[in-house]
Design a protein around this ligand. Structure first.
Ligand SMILES: Cc1ncc(COP(=O)(O)O)c(C=O)c1O
Length: 396
């Protein structure tokens, strides 16, 4: 039996391997430097160039670039017309921003439980949460696996709701050969460094509806419009603030980085999928370690590789396994604490334990392992060795 690093033994790795990391090449640096030497640091030609390339990449008609994934969700919530008194169904197993965007608009997030095998929003649970006040559903492509959009579309059409995809994990993923970014009325992406591509911080919303695009372009710029005819009549300084908007603009040098990164997206998704296949294969022999189920009709973008511990086959809890993996040099993480358990939601919306039992149980058992395109074959082996070592030592 190997001695765990936690107990003073030799760790599998000396240097911590993070769970996610950006891939920045010389071409990315050159693209950013070129913009820094130009006249336009923001609101210049780089923004539409990136938006057009992003829309083309996912096969949507339009893309709107904003300053973060959170801003993308907020713009989508605004464009969807969510306001005071509106309810929006969101999954419990997600990052807080999915629900926060509803609260930003003074709506009420209504938490629905997830499927135990995939941890994706369960369409049956969505339907159970619909009331006459429901305005929209925000699906989350958790870990990078697209939700069941055929079933979700049937439900939203039946009740006349807007369907938003929180696609922050899933750039490059597919559902029944259709790309993420085309599966909902509005799809929100994050360009944070651990995501599919990065602009440092950044976000994008894709849609096929030009009216929604117009609303989001105004929203990201303080709610300001500048009407050509008025400027002719009154003066070139004239503009009007017609909505309560924000400064959610993405800079030109960030857009240049995004455009440069986008070219390598397909290769990076393939690399993530190859790492996941290797993990699946290695962990199939470990009774205490289960991979999440991947449906046969999807192409998984693997922003995260999440394992679910079979606690009945271990003599310790998740926290101990987590600490042991960290001690072995893996920068493991947990995605996520169910949102309805956060103090803000308990206080403001009266949520709490028992509301979404599947998500709550899963939360006690999940761990995200390192997965990112620039990982070496040795890094992959270290992950497999560390998980096998820890699961072996703690196995019953
Ligand atoms: C599911 C989900 N939604 C929204 C966000 C927010 O994205 P950002 O960090 O770019 O604001 C994240 C970020 O981690 C996320 O994982």
């Amino acid at each position: 039996m190997p001695e765990l690093a936690l107990n003073g033994g030799k760790p599998v790795r000396g240097r911590m391997l993070p769970y996610g990391h950006q891939s920045i090449g010389e071409e990315d640096i050159q693209a950013v430097v070129e913009v820094l030497r130009s006249d336009w640091l923001t609101t210049g030609p780089g923004v539409p160039a990136f938006e057009e390339a992003f829309a083309a990449q996912v096969g949507a008609k339009y893309a709107v670039a904003v300053s973060s994934g959170t801003a993308a969700l907020h713009a989508a919530a605004f464009a969807a017309g969510i306001g005071p008194g509106d309810e929006v169904v969101v999954p419990a197993m997600t990052f807080a921003a999915t629900a926060n965007c509803v609260a930003f608009q003074q709506g009420t997030p209504v938490f629905a439980d997830v499927d135990p095998a995939t941890l994706l929003l369960d369409p049956a649970q969505v339907e159970a949460k619909i009331t006459p006040r429901t305005k929209a559903v925000i699906a989350v492509d958790y870990a990078g696996q697209p939700c069941d959009y055929d079933r979700l579309r049937t439900i939203v059409d039946q009740y006349g709701l807007v369907l938003v995809d929180d696609a922050c994990h899933a750039l490059g993923g597919k559902y029944k050969s259709r790309s993420v970014g085309t599966l909902a009325d509005l799809s929100a992406f994050s360009l944070h460094p651990v995501k599919g591509i990065t602009t440092g911080e950044g976000g994008v919303i894709t849609t096929d509806d030009p009216k929604l695009v117009q609303r989001m372009r105004v929203f990201r710029n303080h709610g300001i419009i500048s009407d050509y005819r008025q400027r002719q009549e009154v003066g070139p300084w004239v503009y009007e603030m017609v909505d309560l908007g924000y400064n959610y603009r993405l800079t030109d040098f960030q857009c240049a980085l995004g455009l440069s990164q986008l070219r390598r997206l397909p290769g990076w998704v393939a690399r993530r999928q190859a790492i996941a296949r290797r993990y699946d294969h290695a962990f199939a022999n470990l009774p205490a370690v289960n991979a999440l189920r991947v449906r046969p009709d999807v192409s998984h973008a693997y922003h995260l590789y999440v394992i679910r511990l079979n606690i009945a086959k271990l003599r310790v809890d998740r926290a101990t396994v987590f600490a042991a993996l960290r001690a072995e040099g893996l920068g493991v993480n947990v995605h996520y604490i169910p949102v309805h358990l956060h103090p803000y939601y308990r206080k403001q919306f009266g949520t709490g334990p028992g509301l979404c039992p599947v998500a709550e149980t899963a939360y006690e058992q999940i761990i995200s392992l390192p997965i990112f395109p620039r990982m070496s074959d040795e890094d992959e082996e270290d992950v497999i060795d560390a998980v096998s070592k820890v699961a072996g030592v703690y196995a019953i």
